[in-house]
Design a protein around this ligand. Structure first.
Ligand code: AMP
Length: 284
């Protein structure tokens, strides 16, 4: 496994054998089974796998969140070695944003809602760094988790609009046994907060059950999710949403598909989760 923090070395290794297919898994490190599910999928579908580990300051809206973001490169590299990853790119801030850097990638409409509304500039940070990583590694496929549902919509839009020559592969959300979606931020939860955190998935599941039971009012579904979270004293709702999975606009009435999503604070730790329901009209 080659580990490098320079663009030159990463590029050199990527192009050493030009005929091989490459999968790229961009991460911010502090890896868990969610990240590894992307790595394994990439391993299955490509000759070579690259993982990037970069805690991108540009996508953080709260300096304290960036500061507190967990990091453990040694542990990450051990995990990736076991997955037989070929290349790990671990650039420093100065490599990604050298002096004089002044170009950004901004996707418009779909970044205005949900996470984009709650965290202004977040997605500009994401699309800028993802565009750079795609240009540096030039993979055939790039792997993203459905955990960050809006990120998937935004990155797909960027790849299409800017004609990146690759396939975006979306992988399902990996959860703990109690339903909590795995996240690097989970380690920052205090024990009682961790015990309460499955409330996110319970709220999404309650909404799913109501929808499958015939409830099609967007407001009723959003209220149900909010009330479920509000019943947990340690949890504070940032937003709940029942939106069109393509435009991310809130739905007044739920039709064939809906993206249920929410963001909830436990103290200073902000967790997100979602459930994508499709083919609802076909009586599934
Ligand atoms: P991050 O390191 O949080 O930026 O995540 C890197 C990639 O892993 C993103 O595409 C995430 O959506 C994905 N990811 C994070 N957590 C999970 C999870 N629990 N299940 C599936 N994918 C995940």
């Amino acid at each position: 496994m080659i580990v490098t923090d320079t663009i030159e070395e990463a590029r050199h290794f990527r192009w050493e054998e030009p005929g091989l297919s490459w999968g790229l898994v961009p991460t911010m490190g502090y890896l868990h089974e969610g990240h590894l599910s992307l790595v394994r999928r990439a391993r299955d579908e490509n000759d070579r796998v690259a993982v990037t580990i970069f805690v991108n300051p540009m996508q953080f809206d709260r300096p304290a969140d960036l500061e507190a973001y967990p990091r453990d490169l040694r542990r990450d590299l051990d995990m990736l070695e076991r997955e037989t990853v070929d290349l790990v790119f671990t650039p420093g801030n100065g490599v990604i944003y050298p002096p004089g850097f002044q170009t950004h990638v901004a996707v418009e409409a779909v970044t205005q809602r949900l996470e984009g509304a709650a965290r202004p500039m977040h997605f500009q940070g994401v699309t800028t760094v993802v565009a750079k990583l795609l240009n540096i590694i030039q993979p055939d496929r790039a792997y993203f988790g459905q955990k960050d549902a809006q990120q998937v919509v935004v990155v797909k839009r960027m790849v299409q609009d800017l004609n990146f020559n690759l396939e975006v592969v979306v992988c399902p959300i990996i959860r703990a046994a109690d339903g909590l979606a795995l996240s690097s931020r989970n380690v920052r939860l205090l024990p009682d907060e961790r015990a309460a955190a499955p409330i996110l998935f319970r709220a999404l599941s309650a909404a799913e059950e109501a929808i499958r039971g015939g409830q099609r009012s967007g407001d009723a579904i959003r209220d149900l999710m909010r009330e479920t979270i509000d019943a947990e004293p340690l949890a504070q709702v940032d937003y709940v949403s029942a939106a069109d999975p393509r435009t991310l606009k809130e739905l007044a009435s739920i039709g064939d598909s809906v993206l249920l999503s929410l963001a909830v604070f436990f103290g200073s730790v902000r967790l997100i989760d979602n459930l994508l329901l499709e083919s609802l009209d076909s009586g599934e």
